[in-house]
Structures are given as structure tokens and as C-alpha cells.
Ligand binder design. Sequence first.
Ligand code: AHR
Length: 673
Amino acid sequence: MKNKSMIFTLLALLLGSQSLLKANSNPDSLSLPLKPGQIAVNTDQIVAPIQPTMYGIFFEDINFGADGGLYAELVKNRSFEFDSPMMGWEQPASDRFSMNDKSGFAVPVKYAESGANKNYLNVKVNAASGYRLVNSGFKGMGFKEGLRYDFSVIAKQESGSTTLHVELLDENEKVLATTAIALGGNQWKEYTASLKPSARAMKGKLNIRFEGKSVVDLDVVSLFPSDTWKGRPKGLRADLVQLLADLHPGFLRFPGGCIVEGRTLALRYQWKKTVGNVNDRELLINRWNNEFAHRPAPDYFQTFGLGFFEYFQLSEDIGATPLPILSCGMACQFNTAELVPMDEIDPYVQDALDLIEFANGPVTSTWGKLRSDMGHPAPFNLKFIGVGNEQWGPEYISRYKVFEKAIHSKYPDVQIVSGAGPFPEGEMFEFGWEQLKELNAQIVDEHYYRAPQWFLENANRYDSYDRRGPKIFAGEYAAQSVAIASPDNKNNWDCALGEAAFMTGLERNADVVYMTSYAPLFAHAEGWQWTPDLIWFNNLESYGTPNYYVQKLFANNAGNQLLRITEDGQPVIGQSGLYATATLDEKAKEIVFKIVNASAFEQSFSINVSGKKTLGTKGTMTVLANNNLNAVNSFENPKSIYPTSKEVSFKGKNISLSLVPKSVNVVRVPYKI
Ligand code: AHR
């Protein structure tokens, strides 16, 4: 097959549709209106602590999640480093095929053959006015009325003198803001200016008009909104970070995903190329650029303005433990499956050791100093590191062993996350698990992209896992309404409800399940490659899917001690359409019940609470529900499926509840000891 990426697509779609063939995604058929049995909980019997890392997030630069998304830069191809150096740029007033262009023309020029800064733009301005350069950003630029936008460019005047008229245009080329910058001097120099648009535009553009017959060189043409997260100059999009912060995630896994592995080893993610001065970070083609023939994204590159320092900083900002994942010397096995020979693996291992030093080392160490020079002398408190993403086979195990030995010899307290491959069952999964168990692996990452019905049926997945074996990281999961990565997948209520039911199973097994995260996290409404996704955004707006609100309900109500909740002595795993888990939140002094009613019927029952604790008479109940399994949230209706809370009253030690059909419910009951 010519294009190996097709293999990934076909395999993914095939496996996805197979799992759907077996599945019936309608929970109604599972749950006749059966009356629940005796539901009981003993508040004195603690099963296990809930790990602070239980509910986290997984960020990968897919679906324009970083450039064009979280990283707030508005200019696409700002340094002319894309494979086609003029991609993203237009010269509307120029005839590029004429030697004697009347207004002027620009050509990319190479500084160097390799490295971070290969190209700049040489502009010949042939007339006093008329020549212009336009950048339309990532699917247009979003401008907010009255907000300050910060423009910067690095320029060198070759001859004559140039004035740049920097303008923000709306989709009809109406000028919303304008400012002028007079260039001068034949040395590279940064020029800055600020602009405030007079109106909002969803698909605006940056227009640079050149005045003065002259020759000028340009590089790193940049435009950022000033309302970034924490107001950091050239920072992250605040609305998107806020959605993450609202989850109170226990950890942040980054930067992938398949991004880590690369299609070839040469195209793998190398963290060292993503730190230090932003302008010196070497661009890389995004591996999702042309992965899916049905969603090509030829303009998808990684500038690494969002690099490893920023990931650590983001983790710190939102109170999440950082979990970086590194290449283990295996390129994506769905693509080229290139392997680094075992006797050449040292640089890969060294990258892992150096990363730990970058995150935690003293400011006197080589990499600790870089962290400090970048503005963070205090350590980032790295406790976890991932070796490989979705690797499988003996090649993975032999490479994992080398990493494990090297990391634990130097950093015995850093926990290593290993992987069980891309699928939640099957030969490669079994092999990986058997080997990792034998090697006393600490945390094993499992991925499941399956039908909603699979999630309902697997709420008991971890009930039988060996309690003495490795702990579980459910690192990537999402119910697929059609098939794995199908462009027709929807973030509908059917999927979110299935995930919620499954999550009660993750939490009920908190003695073995230590970390969990939905995937993928972000998608640009026009720039996506993969569906479903937790958070959708366009150039100005963003919204959480029903799946997001499920994640939020679980993460914000995790509690810290697991209790055993039973129905007639058995785990509550769908016998009557109900799925349940119970925890103690010792800080708030509340018992927290999460109960999913996946059935099409209202379910009324009471929970018998035993134990020494005295229950309060008033608590809260938060409900996320919809009667329509196909319902979704959208830009127009972002809160179509949205949690509502109310006060509820209880008498004595029987908590009477009535759960509406197809609902996720969180009930918090105060207690005294
Ligand atoms: O989440 C999308 C992709 O799914 C990830 O990059 C990869 O790990 C998995 O196959």
C-alpha cells in the first residue's frame, strides 16, 4: 500500500465497525423497568483511597488543538518555515509571475539548510503604495471588539525606507483597526504595535500594506490577543484553559498520543526542540497533517510555541500533575513502525533523564538552569513519566526495560507509565500485559475507543483485575457513535451516558485504577481530523460536550475514599439499568454518590446507609440528563445537555432517590462523625 497511513485508518475503521456490529447502542434494551434491589452502603468500610490523579486530562496536538487552538497565535506560518514557505500568505496586489511586478512581490529566502530558522521573507516594494501581504490565520482570525491585539515582526531594511500599515480586516475586508510602523536600519530588529478592532470578526485577516519603494526582509510575523490565560504575553487561549481548569484535573498527560511516536523516528516529538526561545524552536509537520485522506490538513504544522515548558506551566496553573510521554525509539506502528536499534537507543533514554532534570533538577544543573532561565526556578514536581504511547510487541518490552532501568537507577521515585497497546483486548494487549506484569511495571496505560454499548457492558472491567499487579491508567477512552475515528461520530448523549456508566466502574475499582482521561481533548470546528472530542471551539467560542460535563461531574465530585455500594450484595453494574459508586469526601464531610440511570425509565429507590456517621438532612443532587440519546451540545446551544443542581432532603439513614431516565446523578450527603 502506497500510503501507510491508510493502514491506520482502515484498521481503525474496521475494528471500530466490528465492535459496533456486536453492539446495540441503545441502553433501553438492556434495562427493562426492573425494580432495583436493596442498595446499601456502609460508610465505615473504606475500600481504598481515591488517587488525586484519578480524573485527569490528555492533551494532544490533533484537530488544531495547539497551533490554531490553545496556543493563541493568530498568524499561520509566521516564520515562513512550512514546507511551502508561503503557505498561509497571500499577495493580492501582486502578480507573482511577472518579473516587473508593479506594486511589489515577496519571495522566501533561506538562511540555512537546517535548524529552527531556515527562511525569511524578502519583500521588494516596487511602488510607493499598493503592495500588501495577507494572512488569514487558522481558518480565519477571531477578533473581539475593543480588545487589544499585539502585533510583532522581526525586520531588516535592505534599501529605501518602508512603512508597514498593519490592519485587522473582517471577512469582507473592512478595516477594523490600523496602525503604522516605520522600519529602519539594516540589522534584524523586532518592531511591535497594538491594535483594537472596532467590531467583532469571526474570520478576520491580518493585512500588511507596504508604503515606500524599498526592499525589506521580514520574519516571525505575529499577532496575539491580549486576553490570554493569566494575561501572559503570547500565551494560551483563556477560554480553552478555563474549560480545562474547571475540570480540576488530577493530571495533564501530554503531548500525545501518536504525536509522540511520529510516522518515522525522524518525525517523532523531541521535547528538547520545544524549549528555550520560542523563535528558535524547530518546526515539525504535524503527524495528523495527512493521516486521514478524508480530512486532509496540509497546513497543519507544529511551531511548538506550546512546548514542554508551557505544558509544565499549564499543569501547574490548573493544579494538575504533569505526565509527559516520550518516544521509546519506536515510530507509530500503524505507519512505518521504524525501530531504533537497541545499540542506538541511548539518546532516547538520555532524553527521558534530561527531561526529569529539566522538570525537577536544581537550577545549577544543565536542564534545571534552562527551566530557570525560562522563568521557573522552582521545580515542576514531576512524579510520572510515560515510556512510549501505543506500542506493542517484544520490541516494546525490550525498549521499556532499558528505559525502566535507567530512569529508576537515577530517579527511583519517578513512576513510569508503560503501555498495553492501542486496543483493550486481543493478542498484543495480552502479550503486553503479561510481560509488564512480570517486570513489575508500575502503571499500565490502556486505551479504548469503542461503541457506547461496550462501555455499558464493561463497567465491571476492572472488578477482576489482579490487585497485586500494576495499577491502571485508562489513558485514552471515548465512546464512538459510529466507528473508531469515523468522521460521522457525534459527541451525543448516548456516548456520554455510556462513558458515565463505565466511569462508575473505574471509580469502584479505585484500588487498582489510578488515572483516567478522555481522548481527544480539543477540536477546531473546521480543523478537526478525529471525532468525537471533549471540547469544541472555533476562532472565538468554545463549548463543552455532554461528555465534558460527565468528566466534570466525576472529577469535581471524586471524593477521597472509596466506599462499597451494593445492590443485593453485588456491585451496581446495570442489573436494573443503574450503575453506582460511592465515596467519602472527608474534607467536605460528605458522602458522594454517583449513580447513572441508563434505562429509559424513572427509577425510585432508597439507599440504606449503615455505619457510625450521622447523616445530615439536607444535601445536593446534580443531574445531567436528556431523553434523546442523539442530543448534542453545539455553538448555538452549548448547554443543551448541562448539569442542574437542587437541594434534597433526607430522613434518617435511608436516602430516597428518584432518578429520571437516561441520567447521570451526583448526590452529596453531609455527615457528622
Ligand atoms: O486520540 C487520538 C489517537 O488515538 C491518539 O493519538 C492515539 O494514541 C490513539 O490511537
